[in-house]
Design a protein around this ligand. Structure first.
Ligand SMILES: [Zn+2]
Length: 196
């Protein structure tokens, strides 16, 4: 038996029902000392009352409401990857169709861009012609040459480029836009399908 009263943490050990080599002398002291016995009894009453208290559980939506106010900074590359992943259709056939559509659209767009690049010399020529004539117009009198400046370069461009070329370019652009529209439509259908 130990010859001093129990310390608060020693009473806690007894309350928790700890068993062990160091707890046995504490229990022996409490059994023989009315003072410590009374303190232990009071602590037991408090513990019992605490046990009877209702256990509060946070509302099920609590976490959601807190997280709504938390601003999570998402790195731009993660956000971009997520957005790209959302765009990719779930079904395999849709993915193949989307890939084919995108490839055709890309090829047509590139073709149109190349065509425009080759025609750029004509556009530049027309532009220089127009500026030269505008300069001339300023020297010789504005009123007379205005119609020449704006009318002639357009005609020249038409003559050198040819109506067939322009029509072909417009046709290719139309097909590309049409395919892209079809692609986006099927994409929207696919994403709606996965959402439902
Ligand atoms: Zn004691």
């Amino acid at each position: 038996m130990q010859h001093r009263h129990l310390l608060p943490n020693e009473i806690d050990l007894l309350l928790d029902g700890e068993i062990g080599f160091n707890v046995t002398p504490l229990r022996t002291h409490a059994d023989d000392c009315p003072d410590c016995e009374a303190r232990l009894a009071r602590a037991r009453v408090i513990v019992a009352k605490l046990e009877q208290l209702p256990h509060f559980v946070p509302n099920a939506r609590f976490a959601d409401r807190v997280m709504q106010q938390v601003h999570i900074i998402e790195p731009w590359h993660v956000a971009a990857l997520d957005a790209a992943r959302r765009l990719v259709p779930q079904s395999r056939s849709m993915r193949v169709l989307m890939g084919a559509t995108a490839s055709v659209a890309a090829v047509l767009m590139s073709g149109s861009a190349v065509w425009l690049a080759f025609r750029a010399d004509i556009a530049m020529y027309a532009f220089h012609l127009a500026t030269d004539r505008a300069r001339g117009a300023l020297l010789t009198g504005i009123g007379h040459v205005v119609s020449n400046t704006f009318g002639q370069p357009a005609l020249d461009a038409m003559r050198t480029g040819g109506f067939a070329g322009i029509a072909m370019g417009a046709g290719a652009m139309l097909v590309a836009v049409g395919l892209a529209t079809f692609g986006f439509k099927s994409l929207a259908t696919a994403s709606r399908g996965t959402r439902e």
